[in-house]
Design a protein around this ligand. Structure first.
Ligand code: AMP
Length: 222
């Protein structure tokens, strides 16, 4: 199976992709994670990507396509689930071309649907402990003492990515550049919309139900 998972920032793509990959033995390819690894290793690509990532902008298509097509070539046998790529229509077209070159195509597109207000509240309310990494939320996962970690008493912080202006910027980028990717796939593939406003486990159930039904149907056809 070759799956693309789409969705707005904070829709839970990373969590769901990990679960899909584990359940169906697929390679999980997260463009954001790969870029962060490149940066951590100080590679040329990592250095080039740095300024774009820090400002909430997209890394140029040419770099992303080369990086992700290379990563996909390691998943010829296993299949894959793509997380964070493609993020522009141009990337989607280039991905289709690279797959077609090997007589392959994207089998399924899952679109995690969530409204901006829900996600903004989810992201901007998140607080974490810089010492132990525990994650809290100012509305629905409060620590015992406001602003203090239950585990070690450290003052909780907000991740720079979760600041209101950065979240707003990521949404702007998403609406301008990534939402058209959903329309691109609607023209060429079947896109399954999934309600991602529910709790993560419920969203996983909805995705697995969908994937199991499709698996079953394709087994019947063969
Ligand atoms: P993510 O962890 O998926 O939110 O990605 C973090 C950052 O990496 C994004 O804000 C972009 O700067 C960059 N990035 C990740 N995937 C892509 C992509 N497909 N195209 C361009 N930039 C990307």
């Amino acid at each position: 199976m070759r799956i693309v998972l789409l969705g707005a920032p904070g829709a839970g793509k990373g969590t769901q992709c990990k679960r899909i990959a584990a359940q169906y033995s697929l390679l999980h390819l997260s463009s954001g994670d790969i870029l962060r690894q490149e940066r951590a290793h100080g590679t040329q690509l990592g250095k080039k990507a740095q300024s774009y990532m820090d400002s909430g902008a997209l890394v140029p298509d040419v770099l992303m396509v080369e990086m992700m097509v290379g990563a996909i070539s390691n998943a010829v046998d296993s299949g894959f689930v793509l997380d964070g790529f493609p993020r522009t229509v141009n990337q989607a077209i280039k991905l289709d071309k690279a797959l077609a070159h090997n007589q392959q195509k994207i089998d399924m597109v899952l679109n995690l649907k969530i409204d901006e207000v829900t996600v903004t509240r989810r992201m901007t309310g998140r607080r974490s402990c810089p010492k132990c990494g525990a994650v809290y939320h100012i509305e629905n996962l409060k620590p015992n003492v406001e602003g203090i970690c239950d585990n070690d008493g450290t003052r909780l912080v907000q991740r720079p990515d979760d600041a209101l202006e950065v979240v707003a910027n990521r949404f702007k980028t998403y609406f301008q550049q990534t939402e058209p990717v959903v329309d691109y796939y609607r023209e060429n593939n079947t896109v399954y919309d999934i309600d991602a406003s529910k709790a993560a486990d419920k969203v996983t159930d909805l995705i697995f139900e969908r994937l199991n039904a499709i698996n079953l149907a394709s087994k019947r056809e063969n």
